[in-house]
Ligand binder design. Structure first.
Ligand SMILES: [Fe+2]
Length: 250
């Protein structure tokens, strides 16, 4: 039997097309992937290593380096290597400098898979909670009235560390949908699959959040957390980088 020479990343793209193909259908309001296909996708993604994409950690992680990002910005803390995008899913690699962080953000109505390729990242995940009829507590420092519509009641779900030997970190429209990602102890890179992709014209824009500090402990327990939607933080920028791994066609 001839050996299958299809690159793993191409298999992942094909399988993602199958797994998520019904996510946008009208009778799939929760945007759920197909379970059997999703299991296959997960096992392919869990097998992916940096070498499969011809990726290696950057030699210098020094913040004094003046190497410009490929988008012309000086030294962006994070760069994104776009691999492919269809109406069903998007796929790319985020590369984080040592200590860099992707601020807390959401993926409205989307599924996600994050697989670390090198380095180590800490992922802090939140769920949005229903805030109907729940009065927010007082915060330190106090919020202004104009901030109240941007408040979001949530729950800290987990803080977990991922390395290349870890299985993929998953998110769904309902669970672990908000996250903050930080590179620990050096540069890091992870494959990111989102389904369906971000699309501001269809209520799938990316929003950023700040965790608020209540001035007294929450009566709902330590899990309840209030977030404030904020503009993209100034200290965060994401440059572009050309993908140089095996070609992917979907
Ligand atoms: Fe994300």
């Amino acid at each position: 039997m001839p050996r299958d020479r299809t690159p793993l990343i191409q298999k992942i793209a094909q399988q993602a097309s199958l797994s998520f193909k019904d996510c946008l259908s009208e009778d799939n309001g929760d945007h759920k992937p197909l379970p059997d296909q999703h299991e296959q996708l997960l096992s392919l993604v869990n097998a992916l290593r940096a070498a499969d994409l011809k990726l290696a950690p950057r030699k210098s992680s020094s913040s004094s380096s003046s190497r410009p990002g490929t988008d012309g910005a000086q030294n962006p803390p994070v760069t994104y290597m776009h691999i492919c995008e269809t109406p069903v899913f998007s796929m790319g690699v985020f590369l984080l400098r040592s200590g860099a962080s992707i601020p807390l953000h959401d993926h409205p109505g989307m599924n996600g898979m994050l697989k670390v390729l090198y380095g180590k990242v800490s992922v802090r995940c939140f769920d949005k909670l229903d805030s109907e009829g729940v009065a927010p507590p007082a915060f330190e420092p106090p919020l202004s009235h104009s901030d109240v519509p941007s408040l979001c009641r949530s729950m800290l779900r987990c803080v977990s560390e991922y390395s290349p030997s870890s299985t993929a970190c998953l998110l769904t429209p309902q669970r672990d949908n908000l996250h903050q990602i930080q590179a620990l102890g050096g540069p890091a890179a992870f494959l990111d699959i989102l389904a369906p992709p971000y699309d501001p014209d269809n209520n799938r824009d990316c929003h950023y959040y700040r965790v608020l500090q209540p001035s007294a402990p929450s009566s709902e327990g330590p899990e309840e957390t209030w977030l404030l939607e904020i503009p993209q933080p100034e200290e965060f920028s994401c440059g572009g980088q050309v993908y140089s791994g095996p070609p992917v066609t979907v």
